[in-house]
Design a protein around this ligand. Structure first.
Ligand code: KG4
Ligand code: ZN
Length: 399
């Protein structure tokens, strides 16, 4: 039973390499994304082939204030300008973020905001230094504006991305997705099958024993000489036409496909790609980068292998747990092959099951999903909310 409350929620997400702030309005059981700003740090981390935590923190510190101002402007939230008064408490909250404190003092201290009812911030899992910059920023805002603050699990945020309206500014009613729901959460750090009985009620059915699916995409992309992040790069070259007889010689394993559980493992698949690339380079006496047809064929087979395992286990779990809906989420949910094949397979094999995937605006890290997950946590557990929010790099979805 949901006790709906009309409110506006400010969402803040800094768990990895995206600084994101959104304003979400809940009104008469409908959702409206008033603003959704995402600033990607991909260019900063690309030369290192992956995310560097200290650089991520530095970028968040630099970006949070301008992004908040832009988000407030986009959402039409009314701001009243006041005369700056010194706030020693803010100084102590932001003492470890000097760049942020300076901007905060200049641009945010003079603003009075009455329109926001709740602030939701990602508290984990993620990179701890990056998480802290968002948390401390949120704490300073909550203190200054005297608003309640709630910590949100990043993975729960991904799950809730499925309920967000497809376009910013469009009203959307929640009731379309019925419980129980099976969630396939596939991101850069996680691969999980999660049974969801109701809002906030989760049971972990299985997860990866080593690399996450997104991590495998990123590592394989590096082996193939493609850029970071690897997921979009692999799916782009996998779509290039390939020579038929070449494709058939490239065969990769489907790890744990037939194991009688819902766990995954992608590390062996990644190693298989490594040896395959070495072998092809040796036989052709050229680096894989110069063998574009073969490289596309490997990317295609790798993507097929990951997709096949994810989908087979998802269908199996959906049947066993007799769910009403299946939802896909996390960064890898942007993958075209995965989206199309999962949708088709569910339609063909489980026609009574509803299938939902997030709009492409919300597959990657964003703050609208954090605001929505925060809203549900807030209306369900207002009385038991933790007062002091801490960053937790390994925060489990099921506490
Ligand atoms: O959810 P996310 O943005 O960040 C984490 O919470 O980890 O996921 C990022 C991951 C990266 O590993 C990236 O390569 C992968 O999502 N990804 C994709 C695609 N777009 C992003 N993987 C496969 N195909 C894609 N189109
Ligand atoms: Zn994520």
């Amino acid at each position: 039973m949901i006790f709906w409350q009309n409110m506006k929620i400010l969402g803040i997400e800094t768990s990895c390499d995206e600084t994101a702030i959104a304003v979400l309005e809940i009104r008469h059981e409908k959702f409206l994304v008033l603003s959704n700003i995402i600033s990607s740090q991909v260019k900063v981390h690309a030369p290192y082939g992956g995310v560097v935590p200290s650089l991520a923190k530095r970028e968040h510190e630099k970006n949070l204030v301008p992004i908040l101002l832009a988000a407030l402007k986009d959402s039409g939230i009314s701001k009243i300008k006041l005369r700056i008064k010194k706030k020693p408490i803010i100084n102590s909250i932001l003492e470890r973020e000097p760049v942020l404190l300076k901007q905060f003092t200049k641009c945010i201290l003079p603003l009075k905001i009455t329109d926001i009812d709740l602030i939701a911030v990602t508290s984990g899992p993620g990179l701890e230094p990056a998480l802290w910059s968002g948390i401390n920023f949120a704490k300073a805002l909550a203190k200054l504006w005297r608003k309640p603050l709630i910590g949100v699990n990043h993975l729960e945020g991904h799950i809730y991305s499925n309920w967000l309206p497809p376009v910013v500014g469009i009203n959307y009613k929640l009731s379309a997705i019925s419980f129980p729901i099976l969630n396939l959460v596939v991101s850069g750090g996680h691969t999980m099958l999660v049974f969801m009985r109701d809002h906030g009620k989760y049971k972990l059915l299985g997860e990866t024993r080593d690399d996450a699916a997104g991590e495998a995409f990123d590592k394989v992309a590096r082996m193939l000489g493609l850029g970071y992040p690897g997921g979009p790069a692999i799916s782009a070259i996998a779509e290039q036409p390939i020579i038929k007889n070449r494709q058939s010689v490239i065969k990769l394993p489907r790890p744990m496909l037939n194991a009688k559980n819902y766990d995954f493992s992608f590390s062996g698949l990644k190693t298989a790609v490594f040896y395959l690339v070495k072998d092809i380079e040796k036989r052709n006496k050229k680096p894989i980068k110069q063998l574009s047809k073969l490289r596309s064929a490997i990317a295609k087979e790798f993507q097929n292998a990951v997709t096949e395992v994810l989908i087979k286990k998802t269908l199996h779990a959906a049947k066993e747990y007799k769910v009403s809906s299946v939802m896909l989420s996390g960064g890898v949910s942007a993958n075209k092959l995965l989206r199309e094949t999962l949708a088709r397979e569910i339609q063909n094999k489980l026609p009574a099951t509803n299938y939902q995937q997030p709009d492409l605006t919300y597959t990657g890290d964003n703050a609208a999903m954090i605001a929505l997950a925060g809203y549900f946590r807030y209306i369900k557990n207002k009385a038991t909310l933790k007062k002091d929010i801490k960053a937790d790099a390994n925060l489990p979805l099921i506490a």
